[in-house]
Design a binder for this molecule. Structure first.
Ligand SMILES: [Zn+2]
Length: 413
């Protein structure tokens, strides 16, 4: 199975109850699943009493007690009496994730390279970043990311355990001359990442995925769509891409290339797209489209923010540009809602601000064009995690091995 696919699939689902044991599953397999369910619960929801775990996971008290004790013995959780003790009865111990277990999360973004250590439980423990040269390939990013990681690793406590490494790779980058280039993770990048970061042949492989997929995963686990199992996360940047999660699992397609919604043809008579086609959705809703309609230089680094500020201040040209992009945004969202039937559509990257500024227009287009049965329940939401979504999602991916088999933890850093 494809490494990216397997990693994202394991990371994608965050069930609130353990999956029912497959008939014929061994006691050992059932125990592994239950250990994973307890660890995943406290990883996502934070410190939780044994009593609450018993209620949430549908397992009996003595089973939860034994599982929590095993996780504590493995150094993955702590168990402590609650801060406030009820008067009657024995207090239920509170199970908390231990941040000595961490994920190495990396992101290759259009203009920055970022590296973070994220503890079990999802807290960012350390974050470092550096500029990315215009025109540099994703492959060129591996050495600077390795240097940032080494700096961070030197600062960790001696008993720290690295559970895994994952990288969010931006789908498109911009050349020195301003041209957009389609990138994303490929085999050469995966090989270079494995050489720089993998903990040897026995360690888990480095996982890499498109930034939109990984940011969508973060919003699904910890962001505005937490607990929502059917969602479309739309990410705007130099291009437009989507993370599509159906039934709690990220849709990958052959080779992990699904979700390229920026290249849906919405206007056959429209402008040429960098992919070689014409009238792709991103030629109407991408950053360049907003700048073009507002009469701004398409290469301006702060241009999008300036147009949005001008629109908010009542500038008629900027306002018209935002409305026009919001209208096309609603047009494409209506099509996605008909195809995917999501509960929530999340707008991230530059589309977060475009959506916020033109929400009424997007909703009006959606109501006009999408099927009533598909559109009526759909929530439209600006992303909650901001720029850190890529790192938070990468950490979820990196923790996937541990959460699937908690007692088989990684090697000390
Ligand atoms: Zn295209």
């Amino acid at each position: 199975m494809h490494r990216l696919l397997s990693g994202l699939h394991r990371g994608g689902g965050v069930p609130s109850v353990p999956a029912p044991p497959v008939s014929g599953a061994s006691q050992e397999e059932i125990r592994r699943q239950n250990l994973g369910a307890v660890l995943r619960y406290v990883h996502v929801h934070g410190p939780t009493s044994r009593a609450e775990l018993t209620a949430r996971l549908g397992l009996n008290r003595s089973t939860i007690g034994a599982l929590a004790a095993d996780l504590a013995a493995a150094g993955l959780v702590t168990e402590e009496p609650p801060a406030t003790v009820r008067r009657a009865g024995r207090p239920s111990l509170v199970v908390s994730p231990r941040t000595r277990v961490y994920a190495q999360a990396l992101s290759i973004e259009p203009d920055r390279l970022r590296a973070a250590r994220i503890g079990l439980g999802g807290r960012i423990l350390d974050l470092r970043e550096t500029d990315r040269d215009a025109g540099a390939s994703a492959l060129d990013a591996v050495a600077p990311l390795a240097a940032l990681t080494e700096e961070m690793t030197r600062a960790v406590e001696p008993d720290a355990v690295r559970a895994g490494v994952a990288v969010a790779v931006t789908d498109t980058s911009r050349d020195r001359d301003g041209r957009v280039r389609i990138g994303g993770p490929d085999e050469a990048l995966r090989a270079a990442l494995d050489a720089a970061f993998a903990a040897g042949p026995a360690g888990p492989a480095v996982l890499a995925g498109d930034l939109a997929d990984i940011a969508g995963l973060a919003e699904h686990v910890r962001g505005v769509a937490a607990g929502v199992d059917d969602l479309v996360y739309l990410h705007g940047g130099a291009g437009v891409s989507a993370g599509i999660i159906i039934g709690g699992r990220l849709v990958m397609g052959h080779g992990g290339r699904s979700g390229k919604v920026g290249h849906m043809v919405v206007n056959p008579g429209g402008l040429p797209c960098e992919c070689g086609s014409r009238g792709c959705w991103q030629t109407e809703i991408g950053e360049a489209a907003l700048l073009r309609h507002a009469g701004r230089d398409p290469g301006s680094p702060d241009g999008v923010r300036e147009v949005l500020c001008a629109a908010a201040a009542g500038d008629p040209v900027a306002r018209a540009a935002v409305e026009r992009v919001a209208d096309w945004l609603g047009f494409g969202v209506a099509n996605l809602v008909n195809v995917v039937n999501p509960d929530t559509v999340v707008f991230g990257g530059s589309l977060r601000d475009v959506y916020t500024a033109g929400a009424d227009t997007v909703r009006r287009r959606l109501d006009e064009l999408a099927l009533p049965v598909s559109r009526e329940h759909v929530q439209l939401r600006p992303a909650a995690l901001g720029r850190d979504a890529a790192l938070i999602g990468a950490a979820e991916l990196a923790f996937a091995h541990l959460l699937a088999d908690p007692l088989n933890v990684g090697n000390p850093a």
